[in-house]
Write a protein that binds this ligand. Sequence first.
Ligand SMILES: Cc1cc2nc3c(=O)[nH]c(=O)nc-3n(C[C@H](O)[C@H](O)[C@H](O)COP(=O)(O)OP(=O)(O)OC[C@H]3O[C@@H](n4cnc5c(N)ncnc54)[C@H](O)[C@@H]3O)c2cc1C
Length: 488
Amino acid sequence: MSAGQTSSQGSMSARGPGARPRSVAVIGAGVSGLAAAWYVKQALPDATVTVFEGSPRLGGKLALGEVGGVQVDLGAESILNRRPEAVDLARAVGLADDIVHPATASASVWSRGELVPMPKGHLMGVPGDPGVLAGLLSPAGLRRAEAGPALPSRSVLRVQAETDDIAVGAYVAETFGREVVDRLVEPLLGGVYAGHADEISLRAAVPALVPAYESGEPLDEAVSKILAAQSAAANPKPVFAGVRGGVGRFPAALTESCESAGVTIRRETMVRGLTRTADGWRLVSGPVPAPSAHEADAVIVAVPGAPASRLLKDVAPVAAADLAGIEYASVALATFVFDDASLPAGSGFLVPPADGRFIKASTFSSVKWSWLAESGKTVVRASVGRHRETADLHQEDADLAASALADLRIALGAPDALGEPVDWHVQRWGGGLPQYAVGHVARVERIRSAVAAQPGLAVCGAAYDGVGIAACVASALRAAREISAGPA
Ligand SMILES: Cc1cc2nc3c(=O)[nH]c(=O)nc-3n(C[C@H](O)[C@H](O)[C@H](O)COP(=O)(O)OP(=O)(O)OC[C@H]3O[C@@H](n4cnc5c(N)ncnc54)[C@H](O)[C@@H]3O)c2cc1C
């Protein structure tokens, strides 16, 4: 489109109150935006749906690459299977025959120099019976965990009454002692958010424990009940799913399905302005001296907090202010491919930050995913970086990879463990993971209600109700339903 040109889709003037949109624009083509476009097109087959993606590549934090001749995920690599949305959508876009599950569910914690088997019988590190932590905690730490809270939890926890929320770390430390947080809760939460247990919200990150928090029910009893209910469930599903060839195939399959249904996807089109028109929305993209405008009846904003805040600053300032307050952690993933290295059993290990190691976690990818084992190579990846801890990320790629590999070798117990990789790759994810700080759920409620006050506007993505792919897809479905129903 030439400079200053406007494209307009759908005859907006013909729409009456309560009409369904005839044209929908989706901003952002990560898994959330692509899923939102797909759901909108399913609900409104006659609508014109256009996705705007700033970068040349689609998929956001889902990305495939080739390392040592093997196709690997360079970003997200597994999908929560316990909730249906993402796996169902992957099936619907043609990946049904390629949905796989990890070959092993066991993992370890690299704690105090040992690879300790991950305890069983806990919920995000919160034990039903503290005795299960015997191999991981020091004798003093275990005694403290078994002693339980010194005071009824609620009396201490009410200090956070302002938000009626509490950091997971504070809640668990008060009940079971600091060591349970340092050795288990912290690395587990770190694996999801690359964040800090003392800042991450209980309501947002472990909502299953909120009833205990609210009622004052002892935490170990609450966790025991939840775990018993889970194990009593008939034919429990595997917790995680993957895609043969990599989860990075999911956005590609979504793109193909969207495009064959008639969705237009515009790559390298960064949207930098969003305004209301008389009966719809105008998006502005392109360079400042040569802007391009696009009009649509409805818009779904499917980008991270900071760009969402910039886009919404004029149309939903309250939401924009809250979005600007969501902090993000930057991380890097180092992937190593070996001809034939021997690895311990299990899918990998987490690392308690208290031990001061360089890496935060490692996945033995070719042990975890049998499709990768079929390559005949050994594939291992390690993650580096945590919220506000970026010093390690300032290293050059080669130095970062060397430091990660050195840590992996120490974890595996020998300076020559693994041998030399045939290839390696460092993928950086600046601003990769939103931090669900204490009060996040209330923040998201404020954002959603400010957005809902604008007819034909919806938001979705990792900033809201869960950072995982499954939660992102669920938020996309919700946004698509809000838009497809038309103005209230
Ligand atoms: C290293 C890493 C590993 C992870 N591993 C897992 C995992 O194994 N399992 C799991 O479930 N989750 C995992 N996650 C989390 C999950 O991958 C992400 O939360 C999710 O993919 C986010 O998707 P999204 O579409 O909401 O956002 P993004 O993937 O961030 O996509 C947003 C898109 O919007 C585009 N954009 C931004 N601004 C604009 C604009 N103004 N105009 C147009 N386009 C714009 C961006 O270029 C991007 O393509 C991982 C995350 C990271 C960083």
